[in-house]
Design a protein around this ligand. Sequence first.
Ligand code: HEM
Length: 505
Amino acid sequence: MDDFSPAQKIKMENYVSYLITGLILATTILLFYMKRQLTYWKKRNVPYLEPTFPFGNLDNPIANKKSTGIQFKDFYDQFKKMGVKCGGVYAYVVPILVPADVEVNKHILVKDFQHFHSRGFYSNGKDQPVSVNLFTIDGEKWRSLRAKFTPTFTSAKMKVMFELMLIASKTMESHLQEHAAKKTPLNIKDCVSRMTTNIIGSCAFGIECNSFKDTRFYKLLRNIVDGTTVSLKLAFCNALPEIAQMLRIPLFPVNETNSICHSIEETIAYRNEKKVSRNDFLQMLMEMKSNDVVDMDELKGQCVLFFLAGFETSATTMTFMFYELARNQDIQDKLRKEINEVLLKHDNQISYEAVMSMKYLEMVMCETLRMYPPLPILNRTCVKDYKLPNSDIVIEKGTRILLPILAFHHDPEYFPEPNKFDPERFSDENKSKIQPYSYLPFGEGPRNCIGDRFGKQQVRVGVASAIRKYKFKLNPKVKLPLEYTTSIVTTSTVDILLDVEEIKV
Ligand code: HEM
Protein backbone atom coordinates (compact mmCIF):
# COMPACT_ATOMS: atom_id res chain seq x y z
CA MET A 1 0.00 0.00 0.00
CA ASP A 2 2.99 2.26 0.71
CA ASP A 3 3.84 2.30 -3.02
CA PHE A 4 0.53 4.02 -3.87
CA SER A 5 -0.08 7.76 -3.89
CA PRO A 6 -2.74 9.15 -1.45
CA ALA A 7 -5.14 9.72 -4.39
CA GLN A 8 -4.71 6.09 -5.54
CA LYS A 9 -5.24 4.86 -1.98
CA ILE A 10 -8.54 6.76 -1.71
CA LYS A 11 -9.64 5.36 -5.10
CA MET A 12 -8.88 1.79 -3.98
CA GLU A 13 -10.65 2.27 -0.67
CA ASN A 14 -13.68 3.49 -2.62
CA TYR A 15 -13.59 0.41 -4.85
CA VAL A 16 -13.46 -1.89 -1.82
CA SER A 17 -16.36 -0.11 -0.15
CA TYR A 18 -18.39 -0.26 -3.44
CA LEU A 19 -17.64 -3.97 -3.65
CA ILE A 20 -18.69 -4.62 -0.06
CA THR A 21 -21.87 -2.54 -0.49
CA GLY A 22 -22.63 -4.43 -3.75
CA LEU A 23 -22.15 -7.79 -2.04
CA ILE A 24 -24.35 -6.83 0.91
CA LEU A 25 -27.03 -5.55 -1.49
CA ALA A 26 -26.88 -8.72 -3.65
CA THR A 27 -27.06 -10.96 -0.55
CA THR A 28 -30.00 -8.95 0.82
CA ILE A 29 -31.86 -9.19 -2.50
CA LEU A 30 -31.11 -12.94 -2.72
CA LEU A 31 -32.28 -13.55 0.86
CA PHE A 32 -35.39 -11.43 0.25
CA TYR A 33 -36.13 -13.41 -2.93
CA MET A 34 -35.61 -16.74 -1.17
CA LYS A 35 -37.76 -15.74 1.81
CA ARG A 36 -40.49 -14.62 -0.59
CA GLN A 37 -40.23 -17.93 -2.45
CA LEU A 38 -40.71 -19.81 0.82
CA THR A 39 -44.10 -18.14 1.32
CA TYR A 40 -45.38 -19.27 -2.10
CA TRP A 41 -47.84 -21.90 -0.80
CA LYS A 42 -48.96 -19.88 2.22
CA LYS A 43 -49.89 -16.92 0.02
CA ARG A 44 -51.95 -19.16 -2.24
CA ASN A 45 -53.74 -20.88 0.64
CA VAL A 46 -52.46 -24.28 -0.40
CA PRO A 47 -51.86 -26.71 2.51
CA TYR A 48 -48.10 -26.97 2.99
CA LEU A 49 -45.33 -28.30 5.18
CA GLU A 50 -43.21 -25.70 6.97
CA PRO A 51 -39.84 -25.33 5.15
CA THR A 52 -36.43 -24.41 6.58
CA PHE A 53 -33.59 -22.57 4.88
CA PRO A 54 -31.67 -23.54 2.68
CA PHE A 55 -32.99 -27.04 1.84
CA GLY A 56 -36.70 -26.25 2.07
CA ASN A 57 -38.43 -29.50 3.10
CA LEU A 58 -35.65 -31.72 1.77
CA ASP A 59 -33.09 -33.28 4.07
CA ASN A 60 -29.56 -31.93 3.97
CA PRO A 61 -28.21 -33.99 1.04
CA ILE A 62 -24.72 -34.30 2.55
CA ALA A 63 -25.63 -35.15 6.15
CA ASN A 64 -28.77 -37.17 5.57
CA LYS A 65 -28.91 -40.17 3.32
CA LYS A 66 -32.68 -40.61 2.98
CA SER A 67 -33.69 -41.48 -0.60
CA THR A 68 -35.89 -39.07 -2.57
CA GLY A 69 -38.65 -41.70 -2.75
CA ILE A 70 -38.74 -42.06 1.04
CA GLN A 71 -38.63 -38.28 1.59
CA PHE A 72 -41.64 -37.79 -0.70
CA LYS A 73 -43.41 -40.72 0.99
CA ASP A 74 -42.99 -38.83 4.30
CA PHE A 75 -44.57 -35.71 2.72
CA TYR A 76 -47.42 -37.80 1.31
CA ASP A 77 -48.08 -39.43 4.70
CA GLN A 78 -48.25 -36.01 6.35
CA PHE A 79 -50.69 -34.69 3.73
CA LYS A 80 -52.86 -37.80 4.15
CA LYS A 81 -52.92 -37.20 7.92
CA MET A 82 -53.98 -33.59 7.25
CA GLY A 83 -56.80 -35.01 5.11
CA VAL A 84 -55.85 -32.98 2.01
CA LYS A 85 -55.77 -34.08 -1.64
CA CYS A 86 -52.42 -32.45 -2.32
CA GLY A 87 -49.99 -30.10 -0.64
CA GLY A 88 -46.98 -27.90 -1.17
CA VAL A 89 -43.36 -28.47 -0.18
CA TYR A 90 -40.08 -26.84 -1.23
CA ALA A 91 -37.01 -28.40 -2.82
CA TYR A 92 -34.49 -25.77 -1.67
CA VAL A 93 -36.60 -22.67 -2.52
CA VAL A 94 -38.50 -24.24 -5.41
CA PRO A 95 -42.20 -24.86 -4.67
CA ILE A 96 -43.31 -28.42 -5.47
CA LEU A 97 -46.88 -29.71 -5.41
CA VAL A 98 -47.29 -33.25 -4.06
CA PRO A 99 -50.54 -35.12 -4.90
CA ALA A 100 -51.93 -37.32 -2.11
CA ASP A 101 -55.05 -38.53 -3.89
CA VAL A 102 -55.60 -40.83 -6.87
CA GLU A 103 -58.10 -38.40 -8.46
CA VAL A 104 -55.39 -35.72 -8.61
CA ASN A 105 -53.07 -38.26 -10.28
CA LYS A 106 -55.75 -38.98 -12.86
CA HIS A 107 -56.24 -35.29 -13.70
CA ILE A 108 -52.53 -34.54 -13.97
CA LEU A 109 -51.42 -37.65 -15.84
CA VAL A 110 -54.36 -38.25 -18.15
CA LYS A 111 -57.56 -36.20 -18.02
CA ASP A 112 -56.01 -32.74 -18.13
CA PHE A 113 -52.73 -33.77 -19.70
CA GLN A 114 -52.74 -30.66 -21.94
CA HIS A 115 -51.89 -28.63 -18.79
CA PHE A 116 -49.13 -31.02 -17.70
CA HIS A 117 -47.38 -32.43 -20.75
CA SER A 118 -43.98 -31.17 -19.59
CA ARG A 119 -41.76 -33.28 -17.36
CA GLY A 120 -39.63 -30.21 -16.62
CA PHE A 121 -36.46 -32.27 -16.59
CA TYR A 122 -33.08 -30.62 -17.12
CA SER A 123 -31.21 -30.95 -20.42
CA ASN A 124 -28.43 -28.97 -22.05
CA GLY A 125 -28.71 -29.16 -25.82
CA LYS A 126 -26.04 -26.50 -26.43
CA ASP A 127 -23.18 -28.36 -24.76
CA GLN A 128 -24.50 -31.92 -24.93
CA PRO A 129 -26.94 -32.43 -27.82
CA VAL A 130 -27.63 -36.07 -26.80
CA SER A 131 -29.10 -34.89 -23.49
CA VAL A 132 -32.06 -33.64 -25.54
CA ASN A 133 -34.08 -36.83 -25.72
CA LEU A 134 -37.59 -38.17 -25.35
CA PHE A 135 -37.36 -38.10 -21.55
CA THR A 136 -36.09 -34.54 -21.23
CA ILE A 137 -37.79 -32.57 -24.00
CA ASP A 138 -41.26 -31.04 -23.86
CA GLY A 139 -44.04 -29.51 -25.92
CA GLU A 140 -44.38 -29.98 -29.66
CA LYS A 141 -40.84 -31.36 -30.00
CA TRP A 142 -41.67 -34.13 -27.53
CA ARG A 143 -45.01 -34.89 -29.21
CA SER A 144 -43.37 -35.23 -32.60
CA LEU A 145 -40.45 -37.36 -31.32
CA ARG A 146 -42.79 -39.61 -29.31
CA ALA A 147 -44.92 -40.20 -32.43
CA LYS A 148 -41.76 -41.11 -34.38
CA PHE A 149 -40.55 -43.62 -31.78
CA THR A 150 -43.83 -45.26 -30.76
CA PRO A 151 -43.76 -47.68 -33.73
CA THR A 152 -40.35 -48.98 -32.59
CA PHE A 153 -41.87 -50.39 -29.37
CA THR A 154 -44.89 -52.34 -30.63
CA SER A 155 -45.54 -55.95 -29.51
CA ALA A 156 -44.59 -57.13 -33.00
CA LYS A 157 -41.18 -55.41 -32.75
CA MET A 158 -40.67 -56.85 -29.27
CA LYS A 159 -41.36 -60.32 -30.59
CA VAL A 160 -38.78 -59.87 -33.32
CA MET A 161 -36.21 -58.76 -30.74
CA PHE A 162 -36.96 -61.67 -28.41
CA GLU A 163 -34.31 -63.94 -29.97
CA LEU A 164 -31.59 -61.31 -29.47
CA MET A 165 -32.72 -60.93 -25.88
CA LEU A 166 -32.61 -64.67 -25.27
CA ILE A 167 -29.09 -65.04 -26.68
CA ALA A 168 -27.84 -62.13 -24.57
CA SER A 169 -29.56 -63.44 -21.42
CA LYS A 170 -27.84 -66.85 -21.79
CA THR A 171 -24.55 -65.15 -20.93
CA MET A 172 -25.75 -65.08 -17.31
CA GLU A 173 -25.93 -68.88 -17.03
CA SER A 174 -22.24 -69.68 -16.81
CA HIS A 175 -21.90 -66.96 -14.18
CA LEU A 176 -24.64 -68.57 -12.06
CA GLN A 177 -23.10 -71.99 -12.60
CA GLU A 178 -19.73 -70.75 -11.38
CA HIS A 179 -21.24 -69.37 -8.15
CA ALA A 180 -23.24 -72.56 -7.62
CA ALA A 181 -20.18 -74.77 -8.15
CA LYS A 182 -17.83 -72.72 -5.97
CA LYS A 183 -20.57 -71.99 -3.40
CA THR A 184 -19.65 -68.30 -3.44
CA PRO A 185 -22.30 -65.63 -2.76
CA LEU A 186 -23.68 -63.91 -5.84
CA ASN A 187 -24.05 -60.12 -5.96
CA ILE A 188 -27.39 -60.16 -7.75
CA LYS A 189 -27.47 -56.47 -8.78
CA ASP A 190 -24.06 -56.76 -10.36
CA CYS A 191 -25.07 -59.99 -12.12
CA VAL A 192 -28.39 -58.77 -13.59
CA SER A 193 -26.91 -55.38 -14.53
CA ARG A 194 -24.28 -57.17 -16.64
CA MET A 195 -27.04 -59.19 -18.25
CA THR A 196 -29.19 -56.13 -19.06
CA THR A 197 -26.08 -54.38 -20.41
CA ASN A 198 -25.66 -57.33 -22.80
CA ILE A 199 -29.34 -57.27 -23.78
CA ILE A 200 -29.59 -53.53 -24.37
CA GLY A 201 -26.15 -53.48 -26.00
CA SER A 202 -27.32 -56.12 -28.44
CA CYS A 203 -30.89 -54.84 -29.03
CA ALA A 204 -30.22 -51.10 -29.03
CA PHE A 205 -26.72 -50.86 -30.46
CA GLY A 206 -25.92 -54.15 -32.08
CA ILE A 207 -22.89 -54.48 -29.80
CA GLU A 208 -21.93 -57.80 -28.21
CA CYS A 209 -20.82 -56.42 -24.84
CA ASN A 210 -20.07 -59.76 -23.16
CA SER A 211 -20.10 -57.95 -19.81
CA PHE A 212 -19.45 -61.06 -17.74
CA LYS A 213 -15.94 -61.23 -19.21
CA ASP A 214 -15.21 -57.78 -20.58
CA THR A 215 -16.40 -55.11 -18.15
CA ARG A 216 -15.48 -51.99 -20.18
CA PHE A 217 -18.97 -51.15 -21.43
CA TYR A 218 -20.59 -52.20 -18.18
CA LYS A 219 -18.29 -49.94 -16.13
CA LEU A 220 -18.94 -47.08 -18.54
CA LEU A 221 -22.68 -47.34 -17.87
CA ARG A 222 -22.26 -47.72 -14.12
CA ASN A 223 -20.16 -44.52 -14.08
CA ILE A 224 -23.03 -42.66 -15.76
CA VAL A 225 -25.69 -43.74 -13.28
CA ASP A 226 -23.82 -44.40 -10.00
CA GLY A 227 -22.45 -42.24 -7.26
CA THR A 228 -23.38 -39.41 -4.95
CA THR A 229 -21.92 -36.79 -7.33
CA VAL A 230 -24.26 -37.96 -10.10
CA SER A 231 -27.32 -37.80 -7.77
CA LEU A 232 -26.36 -34.40 -6.34
CA LYS A 233 -25.74 -32.97 -9.81
CA LEU A 234 -29.11 -34.25 -11.06
CA ALA A 235 -30.92 -32.88 -7.98
CA PHE A 236 -29.24 -29.48 -8.39
CA CYS A 237 -29.84 -29.23 -12.17
CA ASN A 238 -33.50 -30.16 -11.80
CA ALA A 239 -34.13 -27.85 -8.84
CA LEU A 240 -32.36 -24.84 -10.43
CA PRO A 241 -32.25 -25.48 -14.20
CA GLU A 242 -31.67 -21.83 -15.16
CA ILE A 243 -28.52 -21.64 -13.01
CA ALA A 244 -27.38 -25.06 -14.27
CA GLN A 245 -27.80 -23.80 -17.87
CA MET A 246 -25.81 -20.68 -17.04
CA LEU A 247 -23.02 -22.81 -15.57
CA ARG A 248 -23.24 -25.01 -18.68
CA ILE A 249 -23.52 -28.22 -16.65
CA PRO A 250 -23.89 -31.27 -18.92
CA LEU A 251 -26.66 -33.74 -17.94
CA PHE A 252 -24.54 -36.89 -18.42
CA PRO A 253 -20.82 -37.36 -17.59
CA VAL A 254 -18.99 -36.14 -20.70
CA ASN A 255 -16.28 -38.75 -21.30
CA GLU A 256 -18.54 -41.75 -20.83
CA THR A 257 -21.29 -40.27 -23.02
CA ASN A 258 -18.79 -39.44 -25.75
CA SER A 259 -17.50 -43.03 -25.66
CA ILE A 260 -21.02 -44.40 -26.13
CA CYS A 261 -21.70 -41.95 -29.00
CA HIS A 262 -18.43 -42.93 -30.62
CA SER A 263 -19.38 -46.58 -30.44
CA ILE A 264 -22.77 -45.83 -32.06
CA GLU A 265 -21.08 -43.92 -34.89
CA GLU A 266 -18.66 -46.81 -35.49
CA THR A 267 -21.47 -49.38 -35.67
CA ILE A 268 -23.47 -47.20 -38.08
CA ALA A 269 -20.42 -46.70 -40.30
CA TYR A 270 -19.72 -50.45 -40.27
CA ARG A 271 -23.29 -51.37 -41.18
CA ASN A 272 -23.45 -48.79 -43.94
CA GLU A 273 -20.12 -49.87 -45.38
CA LYS A 274 -20.72 -53.63 -45.18
CA LYS A 275 -24.44 -53.34 -45.98
CA VAL A 276 -25.19 -55.27 -42.76
CA SER A 277 -28.71 -55.21 -41.34
CA ARG A 278 -29.99 -56.49 -37.97
CA ASN A 279 -33.35 -56.73 -36.13
CA ASP A 280 -32.58 -54.09 -33.50
CA PHE A 281 -33.43 -50.53 -32.45
CA LEU A 282 -30.37 -49.10 -34.11
CA GLN A 283 -31.47 -50.48 -37.47
CA MET A 284 -34.92 -48.90 -37.03
CA LEU A 285 -33.31 -45.59 -36.09
CA MET A 286 -30.93 -45.80 -39.08
CA GLU A 287 -33.91 -46.29 -41.39
CA MET A 288 -35.64 -43.31 -39.78
CA LYS A 289 -32.51 -41.24 -40.34
CA SER A 290 -32.19 -42.23 -43.98
CA ASN A 291 -35.86 -41.19 -44.46
CA ASP A 292 -35.08 -37.84 -42.73
CA VAL A 293 -37.45 -38.65 -39.87
CA VAL A 294 -34.67 -38.03 -37.30
CA ASP A 295 -31.27 -36.37 -37.49
CA MET A 296 -27.96 -37.79 -36.21
CA ASP A 297 -28.13 -36.02 -32.82
CA GLU A 298 -31.68 -37.28 -32.26
CA LEU A 299 -30.61 -40.79 -33.24
CA LYS A 300 -27.67 -40.80 -30.82
CA GLY A 301 -29.76 -39.13 -28.09
CA GLN A 302 -32.38 -41.88 -28.22
CA CYS A 303 -29.77 -44.64 -28.27
CA VAL A 304 -28.10 -43.23 -25.16
CA LEU A 305 -31.49 -42.75 -23.50
CA PHE A 306 -32.69 -46.27 -24.29
CA PHE A 307 -29.51 -47.62 -22.83
CA LEU A 308 -29.78 -45.61 -19.63
CA ALA A 309 -33.57 -45.92 -19.24
CA GLY A 310 -33.61 -49.62 -20.02
CA PHE A 311 -30.49 -50.82 -18.26
CA GLU A 312 -30.88 -49.59 -14.68
CA THR A 313 -34.68 -49.82 -14.39
CA SER A 314 -34.86 -53.43 -15.59
CA ALA A 315 -31.80 -54.46 -13.55
CA THR A 316 -33.38 -52.91 -10.44
CA THR A 317 -36.65 -54.78 -11.03
CA MET A 318 -34.81 -58.08 -11.42
CA THR A 319 -32.61 -57.45 -8.37
CA PHE A 320 -35.58 -56.95 -6.05
CA MET A 321 -37.48 -59.79 -7.70
CA PHE A 322 -34.65 -62.24 -6.95
CA TYR A 323 -34.33 -60.76 -3.46
CA GLU A 324 -38.02 -61.40 -2.68
CA LEU A 325 -37.93 -64.84 -4.30
CA ALA A 326 -34.91 -65.71 -2.15
CA ARG A 327 -36.75 -64.59 1.01
CA ASN A 328 -39.99 -66.34 0.05
CA GLN A 329 -39.09 -69.92 -0.86
CA ASP A 330 -42.77 -70.92 -1.27
CA ILE A 331 -43.25 -68.24 -3.94
CA GLN A 332 -40.00 -69.27 -5.62
CA ASP A 333 -41.12 -72.94 -5.72
CA LYS A 334 -44.54 -71.99 -7.11
CA LEU A 335 -42.91 -69.88 -9.81
CA ARG A 336 -40.50 -72.67 -10.77
CA LYS A 337 -43.42 -75.09 -11.00
CA GLU A 338 -45.22 -72.75 -13.40
CA ILE A 339 -42.10 -72.23 -15.52
CA ASN A 340 -41.55 -76.00 -15.84
CA GLU A 341 -45.21 -76.70 -16.63
CA VAL A 342 -45.35 -74.03 -19.32
CA LEU A 343 -42.04 -75.07 -20.88
CA LEU A 344 -43.24 -78.68 -21.09
CA LYS A 345 -45.87 -77.44 -23.53
CA HIS A 346 -43.21 -75.56 -25.53
CA ASP A 347 -40.61 -78.28 -26.25
CA ASN A 348 -38.76 -77.25 -23.08
CA GLN A 349 -37.58 -74.11 -24.90
CA ILE A 350 -37.90 -70.56 -23.60
CA SER A 351 -39.81 -68.78 -26.35
CA TYR A 352 -41.76 -65.54 -26.66
CA GLU A 353 -45.08 -67.39 -26.47
CA ALA A 354 -43.93 -69.45 -23.47
CA VAL A 355 -42.80 -66.54 -21.26
CA MET A 356 -45.79 -64.42 -22.23
CA SER A 357 -48.13 -67.17 -21.00
CA MET A 358 -46.48 -67.41 -17.54
CA LYS A 359 -49.16 -65.73 -15.43
CA TYR A 360 -47.53 -66.22 -12.05
CA LEU A 361 -44.27 -64.77 -13.37
CA GLU A 362 -46.24 -61.66 -14.37
CA MET A 363 -47.82 -61.49 -10.88
CA VAL A 364 -44.44 -61.74 -9.13
CA MET A 365 -43.03 -59.03 -11.42
CA CYS A 366 -46.00 -56.68 -10.83
CA GLU A 367 -45.73 -57.11 -7.05
CA THR A 368 -41.98 -56.40 -7.22
CA LEU A 369 -42.69 -53.21 -9.18
CA ARG A 370 -45.24 -52.23 -6.52
CA MET A 371 -42.89 -52.69 -3.57
CA TYR A 372 -39.79 -51.38 -5.32
CA PRO A 373 -40.78 -49.05 -8.19
CA PRO A 374 -37.42 -48.34 -9.90
CA LEU A 375 -38.47 -44.69 -10.37
CA PRO A 376 -40.13 -43.79 -7.04
CA ILE A 377 -41.42 -40.39 -8.17
CA LEU A 378 -42.88 -38.96 -11.40
CA ASN A 379 -42.21 -35.39 -12.54
CA ARG A 380 -44.59 -33.02 -14.27
CA THR A 381 -44.60 -29.25 -14.77
CA CYS A 382 -47.77 -27.21 -15.29
CA VAL A 383 -47.68 -25.43 -18.67
CA LYS A 384 -51.04 -23.60 -18.41
CA ASP A 385 -52.82 -22.34 -15.23
CA TYR A 386 -55.13 -25.07 -13.96
CA LYS A 387 -57.89 -25.12 -11.36
CA LEU A 388 -57.97 -28.45 -9.56
CA PRO A 389 -61.58 -29.77 -9.74
CA ASN A 390 -63.58 -29.75 -6.47
CA SER A 391 -61.03 -27.52 -4.72
CA ASP A 392 -59.93 -23.88 -4.54
CA ILE A 393 -56.40 -24.74 -5.61
CA VAL A 394 -55.10 -23.13 -8.77
CA ILE A 395 -51.89 -24.69 -10.07
CA GLU A 396 -50.02 -21.88 -11.81
CA LYS A 397 -48.06 -22.21 -15.02
CA GLY A 398 -44.49 -23.24 -14.21
CA THR A 399 -45.38 -25.12 -11.01
CA ARG A 400 -43.47 -28.37 -10.50
CA ILE A 401 -45.37 -31.47 -9.47
CA LEU A 402 -43.84 -34.63 -8.03
CA LEU A 403 -46.13 -37.65 -7.86
CA PRO A 404 -44.88 -39.85 -5.01
CA ILE A 405 -45.55 -43.26 -6.55
CA LEU A 406 -43.59 -45.17 -3.90
CA ALA A 407 -45.97 -43.62 -1.34
CA PHE A 408 -49.11 -44.65 -3.26
CA HIS A 409 -47.70 -48.17 -3.68
CA HIS A 410 -47.19 -48.43 0.10
CA ASP A 411 -50.47 -46.84 1.19
CA PRO A 412 -52.51 -49.43 3.17
CA GLU A 413 -55.69 -47.80 1.83
CA TYR A 414 -54.81 -49.14 -1.64
CA PHE A 415 -52.56 -52.07 -0.75
CA PRO A 416 -53.39 -53.66 2.65
CA GLU A 417 -50.30 -54.88 4.53
CA PRO A 418 -48.09 -52.93 2.11
CA ASN A 419 -44.82 -54.39 3.39
CA LYS A 420 -45.93 -57.94 2.66
CA PHE A 421 -44.70 -59.35 -0.65
CA ASP A 422 -47.88 -60.86 -2.02
CA PRO A 423 -48.11 -61.60 -5.78
CA GLU A 424 -51.77 -62.62 -5.30
CA ARG A 425 -52.68 -58.91 -5.39
CA PHE A 426 -52.16 -59.20 -9.14
CA SER A 427 -54.12 -62.41 -9.81
CA ASP A 428 -56.85 -62.20 -12.47
CA GLU A 429 -59.39 -62.14 -9.69
CA ASN A 430 -57.73 -59.41 -7.56
CA LYS A 431 -56.06 -57.05 -10.01
CA SER A 432 -59.35 -55.50 -11.13
CA LYS A 433 -59.85 -54.37 -7.51
CA ILE A 434 -56.72 -52.18 -7.60
CA GLN A 435 -57.73 -48.53 -7.42
CA PRO A 436 -56.91 -46.84 -10.75
CA TYR A 437 -53.95 -44.42 -10.55
CA SER A 438 -52.65 -45.93 -7.29
CA TYR A 439 -50.26 -48.29 -9.13
CA LEU A 440 -47.89 -46.44 -11.46
CA PRO A 441 -44.54 -48.23 -11.95
CA PHE A 442 -44.41 -47.13 -15.61
CA GLY A 443 -46.19 -43.82 -15.11
CA GLU A 444 -49.48 -43.24 -16.88
CA GLY A 445 -51.04 -41.31 -19.76
CA PRO A 446 -49.45 -40.07 -22.99
CA ARG A 447 -46.06 -39.55 -21.25
CA ASN A 448 -45.85 -42.99 -19.70
CA CYS A 449 -42.85 -45.31 -20.21
CA ILE A 450 -42.47 -46.03 -23.92
CA GLY A 451 -40.22 -49.04 -23.18
CA ASP A 452 -42.46 -50.89 -20.69
CA ARG A 453 -42.90 -53.93 -22.96
CA PHE A 454 -39.19 -54.13 -23.63
CA GLY A 455 -38.36 -53.75 -19.92
CA LYS A 456 -40.87 -56.40 -18.82
CA GLN A 457 -39.71 -58.77 -21.54
CA GLN A 458 -36.11 -58.53 -20.33
CA VAL A 459 -37.20 -59.25 -16.77
CA ARG A 460 -39.35 -62.24 -17.81
CA VAL A 461 -36.53 -63.79 -19.86
CA GLY A 462 -33.86 -63.24 -17.19
CA VAL A 463 -35.90 -64.50 -14.25
CA ALA A 464 -37.49 -67.48 -16.06
CA SER A 465 -34.12 -68.72 -17.38
CA ALA A 466 -32.47 -68.47 -13.94
CA ILE A 467 -35.28 -69.78 -11.70
CA ARG A 468 -35.77 -72.77 -13.97
CA LYS A 469 -32.27 -74.08 -13.30
CA TYR A 470 -31.16 -72.54 -9.99
CA LYS A 471 -32.43 -72.18 -6.46
CA PHE A 472 -31.70 -68.88 -4.68
CA LYS A 473 -31.44 -68.19 -0.95
CA LEU A 474 -30.65 -64.92 0.80
CA ASN A 475 -27.09 -64.95 2.13
CA PRO A 476 -27.14 -64.42 5.94
CA LYS A 477 -24.55 -61.61 5.61
CA VAL A 478 -27.15 -59.24 4.06
CA LYS A 479 -28.10 -56.64 6.66
CA LEU A 480 -31.88 -56.30 6.98
CA PRO A 481 -34.08 -54.32 6.70
CA LEU A 482 -32.78 -52.91 3.44
CA GLU A 483 -32.19 -49.17 3.21
CA TYR A 484 -32.01 -47.09 0.05
CA THR A 485 -29.42 -44.74 -1.42
CA THR A 486 -30.08 -41.20 -2.63
CA SER A 487 -29.85 -42.36 -6.26
CA ILE A 488 -32.71 -41.38 -8.59
CA VAL A 489 -33.38 -45.12 -9.14
CA THR A 490 -34.40 -47.28 -6.13
CA THR A 491 -31.11 -48.84 -4.96
CA SER A 492 -30.21 -50.77 -1.82
CA THR A 493 -27.35 -49.31 0.26
CA VAL A 494 -25.91 -52.79 0.76
CA ASP A 495 -25.04 -55.45 -1.81
CA ILE A 496 -27.79 -58.04 -2.04
CA LEU A 497 -25.96 -61.37 -1.84
CA LEU A 498 -27.61 -64.64 -2.76
CA ASP A 499 -26.53 -68.26 -2.33
CA VAL A 500 -27.04 -70.20 -5.57
CA GLU A 501 -27.72 -73.93 -5.92
CA GLU A 502 -28.00 -75.74 -9.23
CA ILE A 503 -31.16 -77.83 -9.61
CA LYS A 504 -30.28 -81.31 -10.83
CA VAL A 505 -32.85 -82.86 -13.17
C1 HEM B 1 -38.81 -52.31 -15.70
C2 HEM B 1 -38.34 -51.42 -16.52
C3 HEM B 1 -38.77 -49.97 -16.60
C4 HEM B 1 -39.43 -49.17 -15.69
C5 HEM B 1 -39.94 -49.55 -14.32
C6 HEM B 1 -39.60 -47.87 -16.30
C7 HEM B 1 -40.24 -46.79 -15.72
C8 HEM B 1 -40.45 -45.57 -16.33
C9 HEM B 1 -41.18 -44.48 -15.74
C10 HEM B 1 -41.81 -44.48 -14.35
C11 HEM B 1 -41.17 -43.46 -16.64
C12 HEM B 1 -41.82 -42.08 -16.45
C13 HEM B 1 -43.27 -42.18 -16.90
C14 HEM B 1 -44.11 -40.95 -16.61
O1 HEM B 1 -43.54 -39.88 -16.39
O2 HEM B 1 -45.36 -41.06 -16.61
C15 HEM B 1 -40.46 -43.89 -17.80
C16 HEM B 1 -40.27 -43.14 -18.94
C17 HEM B 1 -39.55 -43.56 -20.02
N1 HEM B 1 -38.97 -44.80 -20.19
FE1 HEM B 1 -39.07 -46.37 -18.92
N2 HEM B 1 -39.02 -47.89 -17.55
C18 HEM B 1 -38.51 -49.15 -17.78
C19 HEM B 1 -37.87 -49.60 -18.91
C20 HEM B 1 -37.62 -48.84 -20.01
C21 HEM B 1 -36.93 -49.31 -21.20
C22 HEM B 1 -36.42 -50.73 -21.40
C23 HEM B 1 -36.85 -48.25 -22.05
C24 HEM B 1 -36.24 -48.18 -23.43
C25 HEM B 1 -35.67 -49.15 -24.05
C26 HEM B 1 -37.50 -47.12 -21.41
C27 HEM B 1 -37.62 -45.87 -21.97
C28 HEM B 1 -38.31 -44.83 -21.40
C29 HEM B 1 -38.49 -43.53 -22.05
C30 HEM B 1 -37.93 -43.13 -23.41
C31 HEM B 1 -39.28 -42.75 -21.20
C32 HEM B 1 -39.75 -41.32 -21.45
C33 HEM B 1 -41.06 -41.36 -22.23
C34 HEM B 1 -41.62 -39.98 -22.59
O3 HEM B 1 -41.38 -39.02 -21.88
O4 HEM B 1 -42.32 -39.89 -23.61
N3 HEM B 1 -37.95 -47.52 -20.19
N4 HEM B 1 -40.02 -45.19 -17.59
